[in-house]
Write a protein that binds this ligand. Structure first.
Ligand code: NDP
Ligand code: 2IT
Length: 446
C-alpha cells in the first residue's frame, strides 16, 4: 500500500483501538483503491477516504428489560449511521452476544459499498445489541425488542435510516420492533424492511440473500463455461442466508452436502433437499443454536467443533458469520479442487485466506457483492412501501436476479478497467467506492 493509504489505516487503528474486524474491513478496501487514487487525485484532495472511515454518527444506548423470572436485565444497543451520500442509512440489526462497536463498524462500513453496488438509493448503516436470543422465550424477545426500539425510534425513519434483520433478527423480531415503532411514532411507514407479508413486507425478502448469492455464483461459474448442474456444494451456517442458498442450489441442479453451527458441522452425502430444507427453519426457530439435531433427525454424520471446509466440494458458500475461513481452511478447499468461493455472510474469509484464493486464481467473490441481494430486496420493499403497491413473487425475483447479474458484470468490468481482470474483490470495492465518493464531492464538505 502507498504511504498515504498506510497512514489512513494506521490512523483508523489508533482511533479505533481493539476493533480488529473494523481494521480488517478497512484494510481490504484500501488495498483495492491504490490504483483508483493514482488515476483520480481529487479523491485525495477532498479527503474522501478519511471521511468514509469516520461514521457520520454513532448511537449507543442502554436497553433495560425484564426476564421471565422478573429480574432486570441490561443490554447495550447500537446504531452506526455510516454514510448517507447516496440515500438514507440502510442496513441490518444483529442480536448476538459477540456484538460490539468494532463488529458493527465493520458491518456498517461494508454496507456502504454493498448498497452502492445494488444501484438503489441507499446509504450505509448497521446496528444491534449484545443481547443473546439463545434460550430466550418469545415474551422475553418481545420485551427486549420493545425496549430496544423505545430508544432507537427517535434516530430512524423511512427517509432517515431504515434498519432490517441480520444474525438473530428475523421476521418475528422485525415485527416486535415495528409494532413498537408504530406505537411511539403514531405512523405506519416503511421504517423497517424484512416485515411480514401482511403488513408491508415484500415477497422473496426472506430468501433474497441466499438466492442472490447463488445467482451471483451462477454468473461466476458461467465465466468458466460451467454451471451448478451436478456440482457439490459446501454451505456453512444454518440460518436465513444458508436456507435461501441451499434452496436455490437445489433449484439449479447442485447438491449441498454440509451445514454448520457454533457446535460443528453435519455432512449429508445424499444432499440437503426437500423436507430437509424445511427442517432448517425448525432448527433456527428453536433458539437452540446448534445443527447436531439435523444429524440425529436424518441419521448423518456430525463433526463436533469442526468447520465444513475439509469436505471435497466444487463450490463453497460461507453463510454463517465473519472470519470462518482461515488460511488452513483455504488450503484444504484448494487441495480438494474447490473452484469457486462465493461469500453469503459478511467477511467470512480472513485476509490471509483471501490471498491464497487470489494467488490460486479460483473464482472468489466478497460478501459486499455476492450477498447484496438481501439489502437489494429490502430496497425493493422500500419502493413497494412508498408506492403502497405490492409486487408479485415473479416480479421481485426477476428484479433481484437482474440486480445480481448487474452487480456481477459491474465487478468484472471494473476489475478489468483498473488492471486486475477476474478480481471480484477489487471490482466490488472500486465500483462501490466510486459512486459514493462522487456523490460526496457533489454534496460539498459534510
Ligand atoms: P441467522 O441468525 O439466520 O443465522 C446465522 C447463522 O450463523 C446461524 O447458523 C448462527 O448460529 C451462525 N453464527 C452466528 N454467529 C456465530 C458465531 N460467532 N460462530 C459460529 N456461528 C455463528 O443470520 P443470517 O443468516 O441472517 O446471517 C448470516 C450471515 O449473513 C451474517 O454474516 C450476516 O451478516 C450475513 N447477511 C445477512 C443478510 C440478511 O438479509 N439476513 C444479508 C446479507 C448478509 P447462531 O446465531 O445461532 O449462533
Ligand atoms: O448485511 C446485510 O446486508 C443485511 N443484513 C441486510 C440489510 C438490509 O437492510 O436488508
Amino acid at each position: 500500500m502507498s504511504e498515504y493509504l498506510d497512514k489512513i489505516l494506521k490512523d483508523v487503528k489508533a482511533k479505533n483501538p481493539n476493533e480488529p474486524e473494523f481494521h480488517q474491513a478497512v484494510q481490504e478496501v484500501l488495498e483495492s483503491l491504490e490504483v483508483v487514487l493514482q488515476r483520480h487525485p481529487e479523491y485525495k484532495s477532498h479527503k474522501i477516504l478519511e471521511r468514509m472511515v469516520e461514521p457520520e454518527r454513532v448511537i449507543m444506548f442502554r436497553v433495560p428489560w425484564i426476564d421471565d423470572q422478573g429480574e432486570i436485565q441490561i443490554n447495550r444497543g447500537y446504531r452506526i449511521q455510516m454514510n448517507s451520500a447516496i440515500g438514507p442509512y440502510k442496513g441490518g440489526l444483529r442480536f448476538h452476544p459477540s456484538v460490539n462497536l468494532g463488529i458493527l463498524k465493520f458491518l456498517a462500513f461494508e454496507q456502504v459499498f454493498k448498497n452502492s453496488l445494488t444501484t438503489l438509493p441507499m446509504g450505509g448503516g448497521k446496528g444491534g445489541s449484545d443481547f443473546n436470543p439463545k434460550g430466550k422465550s418469545e415474551n422475553e424477545i418481545m420485551r427486549f425488542c420493545q425496549s430496544f426500539m423505545t430508544e432507537l425510534f427517535r434516530h430512524i425513519g423511512a427517509n432517515t435510516d431504515v434498519p432490517a434483520g441480520d444474525i438473530g433478527v428475523g421476521t418475528r423480531e422485525v415485527g416486535f420492533l415495528f409494532g413498537q415503532y408504530k406505537r411511539l411514532s403514531n405512523e405506519f411507514t416503511g421504517v423497517l424492511t424484512g416485515k411480514g407479508l401482511n403488513w408491508g413486507g415484500s415477497l422473496v425478502r426472506p430468501e433474497a440473500t441466499g438466492f442472490g448469492c447463488v445467482y451471483f455464483a451462477e454468473e461466476m461459474l458461467k465465466t468458466k463455461k460451467t454451471s451448478f448442474d451436478g456440482k457439490t456444494v459446501a454451505v456453512s451456517g444454518f440460518g436465513n442466508v444458508a436456507w435461501g442458498a441451499v434452496t436455490k442450489v437445489n433449484d439449479l441442479g447442485g447438491k449441498v452436502v454440509t451445514l454448520s453451527g457454533p457446535d460443528g458441522y453435519i455432512y449429508d452425502p445424499d444432499g440437503i433437499k426437500g423436507e430437509k430444507i424445511n427442517y432448517m427453519l425448525k432448527l433456527r426457530s428453536s433458539n437452540k443454536d446448534a445443527v447436531e439435531d439435523y444429524a440425529k433427525e436424518f441419521k448423518v454424520q456430525f463433526f463436533p467443533k469442526e468447520k465444513p471446509w475439509k469436505v471435497k466440494v466444487d463450490v463453497a458458500l460461507p453463510c454463517a458469520t465473519q472470519n470462518e475461513i482461515y488460511e488452513e481452511d483455504a488450503k484444504e478447499l484448494l487441495k480438494n479442487g474447490c473452484m469457486c468461493v462465493c461469500e453469503g455472510a459478511n467477511m467470512p474469509t480472513t485476509i490471509g485466506a483471501y490471498n491464497i484464493f487470489r494467488d490460486a486464481k479460483i473464482l472468489f467473490s466478497p460478501g459486499k457483492a455476492s450477498n447484496a441481494g438481501g439489502v437489494a430486496t429490502s430496497g425493493l420493499e422500500m419502493s413497494q412501501n412508498s408506492m403502497r403497491l405490492p409486487w408479485s413473487r415473479e416480479e421481485v425475483d426477476k428484479k433481484l436476479h437482474e440486480i445480481m447479474v448487474r452487480i456481477h458484470d459491474t465487478c468484472v468490468a471494473t476489475a478489468e478497467r483498473f488492471g486486475t481482470p477476474g478480481n471480484y474483490v477489487n471490482g466490488a470495492n472500486i465500483a462501490g467506492f466510486l459512486k459514493v465518493a462522487d456523490a460526496m464531492i457533489d454534496q460539498g464538505l459534510v
